[in-house]
Design a protein around this ligand. Structure first.
Ligand SMILES: NC(=O)c1ccc[n+]([C@@H]2O[C@H](COP(=O)([O-])OP(=O)(O)OC[C@H]3O[C@@H](n4cnc5c(N)ncnc54)[C@H](O)[C@@H]3O)[C@@H](O)[C@H]2O)c1
Length: 281
């Protein structure tokens, strides 16, 4: 690093990016233009590879290996954030798609994980902090019964998984687990807006549609129905990771300073077209 960069970094506030996969790396690269980065992932090897790449590009990156489904691990992340703050941005990107795990693990990573991270980092939020949680278009594809919603609303409760099976009436499939977990993540960001607002901080979710990432490619391979979704997307293509990074950058910035408690769909119009099918012809 040259001297100018060494002087520049300490002045920058901190952006925490949870999840160093395809989208996480694109988001970190973008946020790293204006922030010091604290990057975290459960996969230490992947984490260090991404961090090394971003450092080679001149960005300031520290890393913490963290399993977001583990309370102690998330507490360790919060300690690292407190030491390196002030916390300006939290971009929570980590998640598992239906092809990646069984339904219980998907529920843990996609719902218990964000719940633990939001709870652990809220005390570090201050005026101007923005938290962005990556949900999914899947959050919007079907209604979730009130009975199931009531269980999803408290994912840290004892016997959460058993209560969920009872409320739903049977074991979930991985796809249903993905839909339920992302649906509840959107609601978390709505409900938590009050608590974050008390600190003059913001929390939102962002729901990507079909995005060209390794995860997206895996789902195209395993779920042929995604080709129908692509055909119904008004913009007639997948989105790119940089288009998600652009939206995250905006939501994280002061230009979005009155935006909280919302879900931003970045889906090329697919959700709208599925609600108004005649307009997709
Ligand atoms: N790619 C798409 O088309 C698409 C569409 C809608 C939503 N999304 C969402 O976008 C997010 C990122 O997707 P991506 O394409 O970058 O996926 P990805 O698989 O490339 O990255 C996900 C990262 O999460 C990490 N992770 C998994 N379990 C973890 C845990 N317990 N603790 C900490 N980290 C963990 C993985 O190691 C991985 O690096 C996910 O939440 C996904 O649901 C993706």
């Amino acid at each position: 690093m040259n001297e100018a960069q060494m002087c520049w970094w300490p002045e920058m506030s901190l952006a925490v990016v949870v999840g160093a996969g395809g989208m996480g790396m694109a988001i970190a690269r973008r946020l790293g233009q204006q922030h010091r980065l604290l990057l975290t992932d459960v996969n230490g090897e992947r984490l260090e590879m991404v961090a090394a790449t971003l450092r080679d590009e001149g960005l300031s990156v520290t890393t913490v290996v963290c399993d977001i489904t583990d309370v102690q691990s998330v507490a360790g992340l919060a300690t690292a954030v407190a030491a390196q703050g002030p916390l300006r941005v939290l971009a929570h990107v980590a998640g598992l798609s239906p092809s990646m795990a069984g339904w219980q693990q998907i529920m843990k990573v996609n719902l218990i994980g964000p719940r633990l991270v939001a709870d652990a980092l809220l005390p570090l939020a201050q005026a101007g902090t923005a938290a962005i949680f990556i949900a999914s278009l899947a959050a919007h594809v079907m209604p979730v019964s009130e009975k199931v919603q009531a269980v999803l609303a408290d994912p840290l409760a004892p016997n959460f998984i058993e209560r969920l099976v009872e409320a739903h009436g049977e074991e979930l499939t991985p796809t249903l687990s993905y839909v339920f977990s992302k649906n509840e993540l959107v609601r978390i960001c709505q409900r938590d807006a009050w608590a974050w607002g008390q600190r003059k901080a913001r929390i939102v979710s962002l729901s990507p549609g079909l995005i060209a990432t390794p995860m997206g490619a895996l789902e195209f391979k395993n779920q042929p129905a995604k080709f129908d979704m692509l055909a119904k997307t008004p913009l007639a293509r997948q989105g790119g990771m940089l288009e998600i990074a652009d939206a995250v950058e905006f939501l994280a910035s002061d230009r979005a300073s009155f935006i909280s408690g919302i879900d931003l769909l970045v889906d090329g119009g697919l959700n709208a077209a599925s609600r108004h099918p005649q307009s997709s012809q």
